[in-house]
Design a protein. Structure first.
Length: 272
């Protein structure tokens, strides 16, 4: 009996302290009381006090990190002091919340910048003084690690299908479709696989255009630009540069990351 009473009053206490957050016509209400105002442009939301003095902004960022890995977060700025921009995780009241609801909910529940007295300047100052670190999941962390390696390689593909790393030839493509040179993306479905060789004409791997699969000579495989749904949808077709970058990650012997890339001259084997 005592346990039931304790549970009842615990639930009652939670329900009494639960805030009803609503935004209507640019006015943020907590439990029916107006506490702040909000305006928006694209994916950036400006939070104001009730006198319409702008105090801070929240901007939503959703970007591709590498391949099918995307990262979504917010940037928060003081309106009158933009020297420091914070990149932070945000929270939503439900899985189907829009950006506006998430921006308001994060301000109230996550950062406690907005309370029943309005915009809490002290908590806003504390947030900028002691910004929390982002909580990236394993997949996103791995995506950023791969991106860092790719950035150091600085890979490009020239007009004749050579692959360059920091300006130095490190390999080349063969069996290129007729659209190569005029199109950066590989949209053609070809009967012969596009092949990738290193600078010494050693076969590194193949790209199968019909399945969008990249396979190394050693047997590893990866589906380039796996299509996703909703806001996280990404390109259906890869670029030649993306193929070279992913192959370099799949086969670390292809391009070694160093301050200066040094390889032998690229020699293409003549087929009989």
């Amino acid at each position: 009996m005592k346990k039931s009473i304790i549970i009842f009053f615990t639930v009652l206490g939670i329900s009494l302290h639960a805030q009803n957050i609503k935004t209507k016509r640019g006015i943020i209400n907590l439990d029916g009381i107006p506490v702040a105002k909000l305006s928006s442009k694209s994916s950036e939301y400006t939070f104001m006090d009730l006198k319409e003095t702008p105090l801070y902004t929240i901007k939503f960022i959703d970007k591709s990190v590498v391949d099918s890995v995307r990262d979504s977060y917010i940037q928060i700025n003081r309106v009158y002091n933009r020297d420091k921009t914070l990149e932070l995780d945000y929270i939503s009241p439900s899985a189907f919340s829009g950006e506006e609801k998430s921006a308001v909910y994060t301000s109230v529940k996550g950062f406690k910048i907005i309370d029943n007295k309005g915009i809490n300047i002290k908590n806003l100052d504390d947030l900028f003084a002691n910004a929390p670190k982002r909580k990236l999941d394993t997949k996103t962390k791995e995506g950023y690690t791969i991106k860092s390696k790719i950035d150091k390689m600085n890979i490009e593909v020239n007009k004749v299908g050579e692959i360059l790393s920091n300006g130095v030839p490190v390999g080349y493509f063969t069996n290129l479709p007729v659209s190569f040179g005029s199109e950066e993306t590989i949209m053609d479905k070809t009967p012969i696989d596009i092949e990738i060789y290193d600078a010494k004409s050693k076969l590194i791997g193949r790209y199968i255009t019909t399945t969008k699969q990249l396979k190394t000579a050693g047997g590893k495989s990866f589906t380039i630009y796996r299509e996703m749904s909703g806001r996280a949808s990404i390109l259906k077709f890869p670029t030649y540069k993306a193929l070279a970058e992913r192959m370099a990650i799949m086969d670390p012997t292809f391009i070694k990351i160093q301050e200066k890339v040094s390889v032998g001259p690229v020699v293409k084997e003549q087929s009989n």
